[in-house]
Structures are given as structure tokens and as C-alpha cells.
Design a binder for this molecule. Structure first.
Ligand code: ZN
Ligand code: MN
Length: 148
């Protein structure tokens, strides 16, 4: 009995992990629930929450709780940054390298024992950016003259 329960738990956890690794949308627990239910129709939201907790504690996934309205999850647990749309809350990977060791720099600036940093970029995603002005309304004074 107990073994059966454990096996089911393991399978559910594996499906949750697979679903998370298949997307780069950083879904919330509710969204993970909707994804996993397509494969495991009888899974409960509580099971999703419990397994997301276990997977993030073990470091197989990453919980993202900086900024935004929702706690989200990332199937890619490798260190990387994100940029969030201030209008629609979309969260997108931002694979950049910071040129400076910012944690090292902070050590001289505070008395804290520094463990790391949380950094989130913000902006407007392509869907939420205002449409560019129609070309006919742009002043033409700055247009380069064609070479003679
Ligand atoms: Zn947006
Ligand atoms: Mn990510």
C-alpha cells in the first residue's frame, strides 16, 4: 500500500518535472496544474503544490519569487536572469553575463554576510509595446538625403 502511494508520487513528480522542462514560460502552480492534468487527469492541486515544493527544495527546479504578482516555477535551475513585462507580467529568460562580480563588490559596501543577489529586469514585451507612429507622421527633416 505504502509502496504504491510512493510510486504514484514519484510518477506524478516526474510528470511535473517533464512538463516544466518542456516550457520556458515560467508557469505558476495553477498553470502547472492545468498542464499536468492533461496527462494525469486525477492529479490534485495539493499534489502539484507539494511536489513543486519538493522539486525546488532539492534544486531540480527553481522557484522565482522576485517581483510580479505570481510565484512562478522554472524547469531550468541553472543560474540565469529574467525580464518581466510590467504590463502583462510575462516572464522571459535573459541569458546575459554580468561583467562585474556584484556580490564581491557588495562585501565592501555593507556589514552583511552576502549570500547572493536577486536581480530582475523589467520592461515591455513585444505584445505590450506601443505601436510605432505611422511613417507619414514622422518629420522628414532627419531623413538622410540620397547620395547624388
Ligand atoms: Zn507584455
Ligand atoms: Mn528562466
Amino acid at each position: 500500500m505504502r509502496n504504491q502511494a510512493n510510486l504514484r508520487m514519484t510518477r506524478q513528480r516526474r510528470v511535473i518535472l517533464e512538463e516544466l522542462r518542456n516550457v520556458n514560460t515560467h508557469p505558476s502552480a495553477d498553470e502547472v496544474y492545468a498542464m499536468v492534468r492533461k496527462r494525469l487527469p486525477r492529479v490534485s492541486l495539493g499534489t502539484i503544490y507539494r511536489n513543486l515544493e519538493i522539486l525546488s527544495t532539492s534544486g531540480e527546479i527553481r522557484r522565482i519569487d522576485s517581483g510580479g504578482n505570481l510565484k512562478r516555477f522554472d524547469g531550468n535551475a541553472d543560474g540565469h536572469y529574467h525580464i518581466r513585462c510590467l504590463q502583462c507580467d510575462r516572464l522571459v529568460d535573459a541569458f546575459i553575463e554580468l561583467g562585474l562580480d556584484i556580490d564581491e563588490q557588495l562585501k565592501g559596501a555593507t556589514d552583511f554576510l552576502v549570500f547572493g543577489h536577486r536581480l530582475e529586469f523589467v520592461g515591455l514585451c513585444p505584445h505590450c509595446q506601443p505601436a510605432p507612429a505611422a511613417p507619414s507622421r514622422l518629420p522628414n527633416v532627419d531623413k538622410p538625403k540620397p547620395a547624388p
